[in-house]
Ligand binder design. Sequence first.
Ligand code: PLP
Length: 225
Amino acid sequence: MSVAKNLEKLRGRIERACRRGNRSKDEITVVAVTKHASIERTKEVLDEGILHLGENRDQELLRKYEVFGQRPKWHFIGTLQRRKVKNIIDVVDYIHSLDRMSLAEEIDKRAKGVVRCFVQVNVSGEESKHGVKPEETISFIQALEPFSNVQVVGLMTMAPNTKDEGVIRHCFRTLKHLQHQVQLLHLPYAPCDELSMGMSNDFEIAIEEGATMIRIGTALVGDNK
Ligand SMILES: *Cc1c(COP(=O)(O)O)cnc(C)c1O
């Protein structure tokens, strides 16, 4: 199916979720996850007016950056190895996967200016998932203070892969609570206004629970949905 058709469906679902959650659809930014999308398919996304792209590999991001340059905002959404930071740092607008001090240190060292970062939180506690523990999130963010190029714009999480809506909702709600706790600290480098949560399978719940950025791959660029 064309990106245009997918987007039309997606917009409808976003609007209904916003209504249920008492949100305005203007509060939701769609980050199109193009990690499996060709250049052509990615171009369709941009032509539909979606100007936020998410990639999880440095080489693929750079390949697309060569084609599209600064037309979109670039979001790095995957596990980020320290040694790869220098490859992407001048190109990305957001990093969604800040989850350890050594990475913050490297971002701070390599960046030429302030980098907008999400602290990734492993709310579900699954071993396979990256992220700081919920109970360590506050102290982690407090410890970022010396890194003047690191700005904490928000928190990010991935819900467990389950059909149990209650479990997913609990995960997103926990992230929202954590965001509130961070905001109460009034740290100038951590406004933490954003919540990056929700993917193709769970974005509606994420919106109901306060997401401001949803990361959508399959439902937008996949052709079997
Ligand atoms: C792949 C990926 C997504 C998008 O997943 P879909 O289920 O295809 O929407 C979102 N976030 C992260 C971190 C991803 O790796």
